[in-house]
Design a protein. Structure first.
Length: 403
């Protein structure tokens, strides 16, 4: 078995590649959506050109033109944009495998959600990505495709249902990342299975001296537009692991739907702005996005009022708190860890003594009591009562004795 240090290096390498490839893909995607929406028509356009756009960048001026279907003949050199998407997915899947498949018991599985073996959880994960693409593609080929808003609503429901379903299979963190990975897989599937093959068919027709089918370009543009609107939500879901308040709640599917709406509203503003509309005429997108974001924050921050008839949580002694920490936390957070998947205490946080718990009390309160992100996957089976006891002790000022 590889040492955990090698896992960290693999994670770093794949994450770096994933970020770089993702930036490249998103950058080209955003630019070409802008270019398509910024095209302007005028009387002097050459035959077959549907519009042109003047750009300035890096001290130079560029004239960009788009043909309605394709030029009359193939140019000598044609630049394709596909490997950015492919490397984003490949590096992302490799990163997912290193973190969530290799460390399935720590990050992927939560025994309190569903008691899965590692191989079962990994198989479900892979099958889920394939199923997500198949269902999405069938929706796009169904009668829904003739009605953009109806199709968008169907895709929205698919993602929301997937979020709900995943939270009943995996840990909260893994479920949230899997939603983002599923949507990312759909986006790459659009490039690999639809957009690039359709472009190749157009090129083949041109080389054969045939008239290309205009539907091929229209279908590709349709899928590309979907990718454009899904980009902002996917980015947030993929970095959600750093923000446990997003995924450690009973209705994280609702959080996903709000993120989708916030991202789509924001992206819609920029897309309409690219068409040349005055910014002041686009009045609803940012207010809607702001209201939805406020609802998300309120929902995740709101706590029910305590039941006045409920018994108050007794403040434990420091000895009791230490017993909880040693039983539930010290297998990872110790000078010599006993968890086989953890070689070194995460973040250098030790929880072997009362002084340790006091020193890191803010982290313990945030990660263990409020967000329940720790222990990872609740491998040590920390109970609700133990979390409440830790919270009561920290809020009471971390006393030494019983009260």
């Amino acid at each position: 078995m590889l040492e955990i240090a090698y896992a960290d290096w693999l994670s770093l390498i794949f994450r770096w590649l994933h970020v770089v490839a993702g930036i490249s893909w998103i950058g080209t995607s955003f630019y070409f959506i802008f270019l398509d929406l910024s095209l302007r028509k005028h009387a002097n356009l050459p035959d077959g050109v549907g519009g042109e756009s003047w750009n300035v960048h890096g001290g130079g001026f560029y004239l960009m033109r788009k043909y309605v279907v394709a030029p009359a003949e193939m140019p000598e050199e044609l630049h394709w944009f596909k490997y950015e998407a492919y490397f984003t997915w490949l590096s992302g899947f490799a990163l997912l495998a290193v973190i969530y498949y290799w460390g399935a018991e720590s990050y992927l599985i939560d025994k309190e959600v569903l008691n899965l073996e590692s191989w079962e959880a990994i198989l479900i994960s892979v099958a889920f990505f394939a199923a997500g693409w198949i269902i999405y593609d069938l929706l796009c080929r169904s009668p829904f495709s003739e009605h953009s808003l109806l199709l968008s609503a169907a895709v929205f429901v698919l993602i929301a249902f997937s979020a709900y379903f995943l939270t009943h299979l995996f840990s909260g963190r893994a479920a949230f990342v899997h939603v983002g990975a599923m949507v990312g897989s759909i986006m790459v599937g659009n490039v690999f299975f639809i957009i690039i093959p359709n472009q190749k068919k157009v090129v083949k027709s041109l080389l054969a001296g045939e008239e290309p089918d205009p539907r091929l370009g229209a279908i590709g543009k349709h899928r590309s537009t979907h990718n454009n609107y899904l980009t902002l939500p996917v980015i947030l879901m993929m970095v959600s692991q750093h923000y446990p308040m997003l995924y450690d709640n009973e209705n994280s599917w609702l959080v996903v739907t709000l993120i989708l709406l916030v991202g789509a509203s924001t992206r819609h503003f920029f897309n309409l702005m690219h068409t040349g509309r005055p910014i002041m005429s686009l009045r609803w997108q940012w207010p809607v996005a702001a209201v939805l974001m406020a609802l998300l924050i309120i929902y995740l921050s709101w706590k029910p009022a305590p039941d006045p008839n409920a018994a108050a949580v007794e403040v434990p002694s420091a000895t009791d708190v230490l017993a909880i920490a040693q039983a539930r936390c010290a297998s990872c957070h110790a000078v010599k860890t006993t968890d086989p998947d953890v070689e070194k205490a995460p973040g250098g946080v030790m929880l072997e003594t009362v002084a340790d718990v006091r020193k890191h009390s803010a982290r313990v309160l945030k990660q263990t009591v409020l967000s329940k992100a720790m222990p990872l996957g609740n491998k040590t089976k920390m109970t609700v009562a133990e979390r409440e006891a830790l919270g009561a002790w920290i809020r009471a000022g971390m006393p030494d004795g019983d009260k």
